[in-house]
Ligand binder design. Structure first.
Ligand code: AMP
Ligand code: MG
Length: 412
């Protein structure tokens, strides 16, 4: 294991850093009512309580015939068909000694206690129907309230809405849903080496120049988390430019999110600039990738500074900024539960920092590692479908169960 450098600052654990960051996130008091069409990914700011039963009435789960079981003495007895009940119809009570033709989703008529599916019947030329298999009371009937009972809470405040939740809200008749307002996030990248795709063609890139990749994934991650993004582009490595960008960003945003420039080198201007305008805590987090991380305030706005290395930026966003932004919106679940999966790899070198390895599930149900775990290799984040959480100071042997954080959920 690498020994700490003499004189190095003690590192802060990730759990500690997350707790300190979350302690700064005061959930928004203001909410807005939106249509379910616009509510995907938003966080519920009210309990959704059902004013009705779902389904509203007992209804048929099959195409067939509604009958009263006690009236069917034997298999094969023909019954007159007294009414036809398609979905959406309001049926008459079942006439004694008859069957009612019924279709999937149609209300079961009063007096009927079972549905005989049409495959178990035979329609006769005289219009009667023969019941070929004895029914059991309740069969093929979906009971009223089977899904939702009147007065029950179908979705609780703090829940993040996804496609299924939107369908559920519609099923209880909601056309407006109260959600937390969107966080307004100013985003900028620092670095004189950064170039925007489209501004310079790959073959014309000057030595030392690189394309700004962080801007693209950070923006996309923010949008997925329900944020409004005020994208300020690239800010050069100068104190005055950094101060100006921060001032502009602070005027109308809840959060200022930056990448790069957060170390303490001469070209890292974030620290002095934020300190000039507000307050800053610069953390050395015991995690890899992603050691430097900054949190502070500029005016009313939160300041969050991510490291510049793309994978560090990506991972620290997912593990720290994501829960922070969800908490601002009042979400109750800030991180997905981890899975325990077998390592199909060896990780023989312990590091004194907790590591998040880019890994992928294989067909055998195990985890494989991307061969290059360097914090500059963005390819690893695309190849991977999750992160293996390796505790500080630990090695992993093939077959060990390890903690796996699925990216699909972290990216949602
Ligand atoms: P910094 O944290 O500014 O020292 O940057 C660390 C490393 O990440 C350097 O190699 C930078 O060139 C690189 N880097 C910083 N910002 C970006 C960005 N927006 N896109 C791609 N790479 C970046
Ligand atoms: Mg830089």
């Amino acid at each position: 294991m690498n020994a700490p450098r003499p004189g190095a600052k003690p590192l802060r654990s990730l759990d500690d850093a997350l707790a300190a960051l979350l302690a700064q996130a005061e959930p928004f008091a203001d909410t807005q009512a939106v249509s379910p069409f616009d509510a995907d990914g938003r966080v519920l700011a009210e309990d959704l309580v059902s004013a009705l039963q779902v389904p509203p009435q007992d209804n048929s789960s099959m195409d067939g015939y509604a009958v009263r079981c006690a009236e069917i003495a034997d298999e094969g007895v023909p019954l007159p068909v007294s009414q036809r009940i398609p979905a959406g119809a309001a049926p008459q009570p079942l006439q004694a000694g008859t069957a009612a033709r019924i279709f999937t989703g149609a209300p079961v008529p009063a007096g009927a206690d079972a549905i005989v599916m049409q495959e178990d019947t035979e329609a006769q030329d005289d219009g009667k129907v023969r019941i070929l298999r004895m029914p059991v009371p309740g069969q093929w009937i979906r009971a009223s309230g089977e899904d939702i009972t009147r007065g029950s809470t179908v979705l609780a405040r703090g829940e993040r809405l996804g496609p299924a939740a939107l369908g559920l809200a519609a099923s209880i008749g909601r056309d407006r849903i109260r959600v937390a307002r969107r966080p307004r996030v100013a985003l900028f990248s620092t670095g004189d080496e950064l170039v925007m795709p489209g501004d310079v063609a790959p073959e014309a890139m000057k030595p030392g120049a690189i394309y700004n990749s962080n801007r693209f994934f950070l923006r996309s991650l923010l949008l997925r988390l329900g944020c409004e993004v005020d994208d300020l582009g690239i800010v050069p490595d100068r104190r005055d430019a950094t101060v100006q960008a921060l001032q502009q960003a602070a005027t109308n945003n809840d959060v200022i999110l930056t990448s790069g420039g957060v170390s303490v080198g001469e070209e890292d201007h974030i620290k002095p600039a934020v300190e000039q305008l507000g307050t800053l805590d610069l953390w050395q987090i015991s995690m890899k990738p992603g050691k430097p991380f900054a949190h502070g305030r500029v005016g009313q706005a939160h300041f969050i500074g991510l490291p510049g290395n793309p994978v560090s930026s990506f991972v620290t966003f997912l593990l720290l900024v994501r829960p922070f932004l969800l908490k601002l919106q009042g979400a109750t679940r800030l991180a997905p539960p981890a899975l325990q999966l077998p390592a199909h790899f060896d990780w023989p070198r312990a590091d004194r920092r907790r590591e998040f390895l880019r890994a992928r599930r294989n067909e055998a149900g195990g985890l494989e590692l991307f061969p290059n775990q360097s914090s500059g290799v963005l390819t690893s984040t695309v190849w991977a479908d999750g992160l293996v959480d390796v505790p500080a100071g630990q090695t992993i042997a093939r077959g060990d169960l390890v903690r796996f954080l699925p990216l699909a959920e972290l990216l949602a």
